[in-house]
Ligand binder design. Structure first.
Ligand code: ATR
Length: 305
């Protein structure tokens, strides 16, 4: 079944719904977006709850996000998810931005209603749930190193760490220049958090990793088959928790090296799941889609290999 549409397709409900029983009323927009796992977990939840709606993917070119939203609203959509690279453009297009999304500086969930466009961010809160579930301790209790803190995902997770008031936060990025303004912003957001920034070549990196309880990889290193680990093996040790936001492959070189060193590991599937559940609940409050979404996601990730 083809559930991938273009920006132009948003002009016509006939195009979106031809050959389908249920109308498209939810979507994920991105560029590219064909690879998105979101329909695979939202559609089973909609079906299980008996909601007459399809969840589709729409490829929207940069610069057209606000127009995509107004077309979806005109077609009677309930809401949508927003993925790379549109999370910043989405925030600017909202009529009402939820406080968490404002702090994170990005929007990944939209709800349409009679008062306009409401923007939320469920990536940060989803990460809080993922860490608690995977490692059994609240995020606020961890001293954290974020590898790739200058990227979109890294900035969101770093911001959530500051909001949670983690004791220590070390931002690591290949290009140091991306960390200056972020560091200042995080210090203001989380005055009790000790925030520092460094590159992967910094002599202090080993000590920073040894002094932390949780390492989070938000770089894209590990996605490609010939990638290595973004961090050297001697940064890893028994007792450490290592979270890789990548979930395909399920075991990245970083996670393999972490397991070998005796660290506890988790991949980005739990973040994908929990941000999805929280988004669904912004559209359908009082529902509990966790179990069905978890089942669907694990089923499809096993199939994807
Ligand atoms: P986003 O769109 O989320 O910003 P991205 O541009 O793919 O995603 O970058 C994600 C992160 O991966 C960034 O922190 C990036 O580092 P730079 O800010 O220096 O570009 C990091 N990254 C990508 N390739 C990398 C590599 N080979 N080594 C280290 N970090 C890398």
């Amino acid at each position: 079944m083809n559930d991938l549409f273009s920006f132009d397709d948003l002009l016509s409900r006939q195009i979106l719904d031809a050959g389908h029983d249920k109308p498209a009323r939810l979507a994920v927009i991105g560029h590219p977006v064909a690879h998105s796992s979101s329909p695979g977990m939202h559609q089973p939840a909609l079906d299980a709850l008996g909601i007459e709606a399809r969840y589709i993917k729409v490829d929207v070119p940069p610069g057209h996000v606000a127009e995509a939203f107004s077309r979806m609203k005109a077609l009677g959509f309930i809401g949508c998810n927003v993925t790379v690279p549109h999370k910043f453009e989405a925030l600017a297009a909202c009529d009402h931005v939820h406080e968490e999304a404002r702090s994170l500086g990005a929007v990944n969930t939209i709800r349409f209603d009679e008062n306009g466009l409401h923007g939320f961010n469920t990536d940060g809160p989803g990460f809080v749930r993922a860490v608690a579930e995977d490692f059994g301790f609240p995020l606020s209790s961890f001293s954290v190193v974020i590898a790739g803190a200058g990227g979109g995902a890294g900035q969101a997770i770093a911001t959530q760490c500051a909001l949670q008031g983690v004791p220590r936060l070390v931002l690591v990025n290949r290009s140091l220049d991306k960390l200056g303004p972020l560091t200042e912003r995080l210090r203001a957001l989380g005055p009790t958090t000790d925030v520092s920034a460094m590159s992967f070549e910094d002599a202090e990196l080993d000590a920073a990793c040894l002094g932390c309880d949780l390492i989070v990889n938000t770089t894209s290193v590990g996605l490609k088959p010939d990638d290595g680990s973004p961090l050297p093996g001697h940064c890893l040790r028994s007792g450490l928790c290592v979270y890789d936001t990548i979930y395909r492959p399920a075991v990245t070189p970083l996670l393999a090296a972490s397991k070998l060193a005796g660290a506890r590991t988790a991949n980005g599937l739990s973040l994908l799941l929990h941000q999805g559940v929280l988004a669904f609940q912004h559209w359908f409050p009082q529902t509990d889609p966790l179990a069905v979404m978890r089942r669907a996601l694990h089923h499809s990730s096993e199939g994807a290999g």
